[in-house]
Ligand binder design. Structure first.
Ligand SMILES: *[C@@H]1O[C@H](CO)[C@@H](O)[C@H](O)[C@H]1NC(C)=O
Ligand SMILES: *[C@@H]1O[C@H](CO)[C@@H](O)[C@H](O)[C@H]1NC(C)=O
Ligand SMILES: *[C@@H]1O[C@H](CO)[C@@H](O)[C@H](O)[C@H]1NC(C)=O
Ligand SMILES: *[C@@H]1O[C@H](CO)[C@@H](O)[C@H](O)[C@H]1NC(C)=O
Ligand SMILES: *[C@@H]1O[C@H](CO)[C@@H](O)[C@H](O)[C@H]1NC(C)=O
Ligand SMILES: *[C@@H]1O[C@H](CO)[C@@H](O)[C@H](O)[C@H]1NC(C)=O
Ligand SMILES: *[C@@H]1O[C@H](CO)[C@@H](O)[C@H](O)[C@H]1NC(C)=O
Length: 571
């Protein structure tokens, strides 16, 4: 259970296929060097053309220099001969419900140029929708891709497979595009994954099967249901959601804490079931732990995998020393956003129970949501600061004796009062503080937080070189902040929501005019500028960015005679 405490073995639990691909990834780094074109993930995504044993034998037989590296042209030849290209096991597929000029598309977007842009984004669904090749289900031993029955919509570029939390914003966009059937197919795929694994993996690759991502499946089902009113979907989803709920609300994800009045609460944390380098970033992760002993390295690998489960990989938010990746301790933090996502899941299941006239489920989840609301307010809310903060747990299971491990641990904790966009996600998930005065405080706290920059909402206030930090702005966070401010019901909140939406749309539009693409992240401080830093180059495509633009255009429209451009900077 408490995997993070075990000794690391470089490739724990990794299949023979992954072991071979990782060996090729490491050889490629040695042969080609780490230029901007070297992407370790590429080497775990290439499908085998022949059987595994034969390929492994051929790899072992390649001539090597004395320093054990392989000549770059020899390795290149080998990869070309024995593998197909990454992504070739996903085949282009025009979704049946795609219409190049959908009926009643964005009626409130009246500026002709802006409408044209929206239609170009709509057209990107064609590029991002794929079907898993039948060869994957026939020969799973040759692919790291996980077979799925329905069409998939991928984020784009190096992300050639389905991702869990991305899918929520993809679905939001698809529903604006009138592609309900495709949206429903995505939900179907994710439900099949829960049936297989007991949770939704980070993404549909075998190397993602030991961690999840922010749990938004119930919210996706609700979005599709709201459009279709299809009771069959709700009936099918209920046992699946109960399974996923159990994953997030049992140990080691769930922990117990006591509030200052001595009352005990249960809240959840992220916890990757992995304590080795991530296969898709193996060469990066082993580099980070250089010089550490095995126990220490295993801990760090575990907190790296856990950060990947959080969706915020990587961020100073999970680091003891905000500039030092070695001080990650993601698994010992109770995150605000995860717990409000679970609150939302509880409310959604309650709602589905009500519609399906399943009173047992309805009552159970109404109570669970009440308990979690109370826990969030007692442990994570700060009245003084008008926002919610992550709680840091103050000791590690690994330091407990064997006897203590078997008893239930009630953790000591402390709020870490640092500013992150996640501090305001409760508004989006309906965790509103009671009374307008407190709501005003939250809106005011956000307004003066420093997160709201000229072009968008920054992820944090600190530039650390990590991609989930200042000055990057990410579509899902921007969307949750906008929707949350809107849901506050306050005049000031709603007008801020509108302004942030306008700034975000302008920035996405101007960047699109410049580079002809939608990007995964933008720079909050500069209209039209794309985001940077982190583990890989900025990726294009891009599922959730497209979904958020379409849904904001749907919500707010754009007047006929209003241009969309970056405002002149104030001099
Ligand atoms: C591959 O090799 C292993 C031993 O290394 C053997 O057990 C297995 O049967 C072989 N598989 C095939 C398909 O040849
Ligand atoms: C390994 O040896 C070869 C041939 O001597 C040389 O070209 C290459 O740069 C060496 N590579 C490394 C990583 O030392
Ligand atoms: C696809 O659907 C079939 C029948 O509906 C089911 O038996 C199978 O398990 C599904 N495949 C996957 C990969 O989930
Ligand atoms: C990773 O997940 C797979 C599939 O759920 C499971 O079989 C395996 O035991 C897990 N590995 C670890 C180290 O937990
Ligand atoms: C390994 O770490 C060094 C020092 O931080 C860095 O310069 C280098 O780019 C890293 N290499 C890889 C493959 O991540
Ligand atoms: C490993 O390193 C950590 C800190 O760097 C240290 O506290 C621990 O005692 C070391 N463990 C072993 C087995 O050497
Ligand atoms: C619509 O927006 C475009 C792009 O900013 C702008 O060039 C154009 O002038 C706007 N149309 C009108 C009628 O204002």
């Amino acid at each position: 259970m408490i995997l993070g405490c075990r000794e690391a073995v470089a490739t724990t639990g990794v299949s023979k296929l992954l072991m071979l691909l990782i060996a090729i990834q490491s050889a490629a780094l040695a042969s080609f060097g780490e230029g901007p074109d070297f992407d370790p993930k590429y080497y775990v995504d290439i499908p085998l053309r022949f059987n595994l044993n034969e390929t492994a034998r051929a790899f072992d037989a390649l001539p090597r220099f004395q320093n054990n590296t392989i000549a770059s042209n020899t390795l290149e030849q080998f990869v070309m001969q024995y593998f197909d290209t990454a992504g070739s096991d996903l085949i282009a597929s025009t979704p049946r419900d795609y219409n190049p000029s959908p009926t009643n598309f964005l009626p409130r977007v009246q500026n002709v140029t802006v409408r044209k842009w929206a239609l170009q984004i709509h057209e990107l669904w064609l590029e991002l929708t794929r079907k898993v090749s039948p060869s994957v289900a026939m020969h799973p031993e040759k692919h790291t891709l996980v077979p799925l029955n329905c069409s998939v919509v991928v984020p784009g570029a190096r992300f050639k497979e389905v991702y869990y939390w991305d899918s929520y914003w993809v679905i939001k966009g698809l529903l604006v595009s009138g592609m309900t059937e495709t949206a429903q197919g995505i939900v179907e795929n994710l439900m099949e994954l829960v049936e297989r694994y007991g949770f939704v993996p980070n993404g549909a690759r075998v190397y993602y099967e030991n961690r999840s991502q922010p749990p938004l499946l119930s919210q996706m089902i609700r979005a599709v249901y709201t459009k279709t009113r299809d009771l069959t979907l709700l009936k099918r989803s209920l046992p699946i959601l109960l399974k996923e709920y159990a994953f997030w609300t049992s140990a080691p994800h769930e922990v117990r804490v006591r509030d200052h009045k001595g009352e005990e609460h249960r809240l959840s944390r992220f916890w990757g079931h992995w304590n080795s380098p991530r296969p898709e970033s193996f060469t990066i992760d082993i580099n980070v732990t250089q010089g550490m002993n095995k126990t220490r390295a295993a801990h760090l690998y575990h907190d790296i995998a856990t950060a990947a489960e959080s969706g915020w990989d990587f961020s100073s938010r999970w680091m003891e020393d905000q500039q030092n990746m070695e001080t990650l301790r993601t698994s010992m933090i109770i995150p605000v956003d995860l717990n409000v996502f679970l609150f939302q899941m509880e409310k959604n299941i309650e709602y589905f129970g009500k519609i399906l006239v399943n009173q047992i489920v309805e009552t159970r989840f109404a109570n669970a949501a009440k308990d979690r609301y109370r826990a969030i307010q007692r442990i994570l809310w700060s009245r003084k600061n008008g926002q919610w903060f992550d709680a840091w747990l103050s000791y590690d299971e690994c330091s407990l004796s064997e006897t203590n491990k078997r008893t239930v641990v009630v953790y000591e904790w402390v709020q870490k009062r640092l500013t992150y966009a996640s501090n305001f996600v409760p508004l989006w998930a309906g965790v509103l503080p009671k009374g307008d005065v407190r709501k005003e405080r939250v809106v005011e706290a956000l307004r003066t937080s420093g997160l709201i920059q000229s072009a968008s909402v920054a992820t944090s206030l600190r530039n650390t070189g990590q991609q989930w930090d200042f000055p990057n702005a990410w579509a899902p966070l921007v969307d949750m902040v906008i929707e949350g401010l809107d849901a506050s019901g306050l005049t000031r909140g709603r007008s801020m929501a509108r302004e942030i939406s306008r700034d975000w749309l302008r920035s996405n539009f101007v960047a699109y005019q410049q580079v002809g693409k939608m990007i995964e992240k933008y720079d909050a401080t500069s209209c039209g500028k794309i985001g940077g830093v982190g583990e890989y180059n900025p990726q294009t495509g891009f599922g959730w960015s497209n979904g958020v633009v379409l849904s904001l255009l749907q919500k707010y429209g754009w007047p006929a005679d209003e241009p969309m451009f970056c405002p002149e900077p104030l001099s």
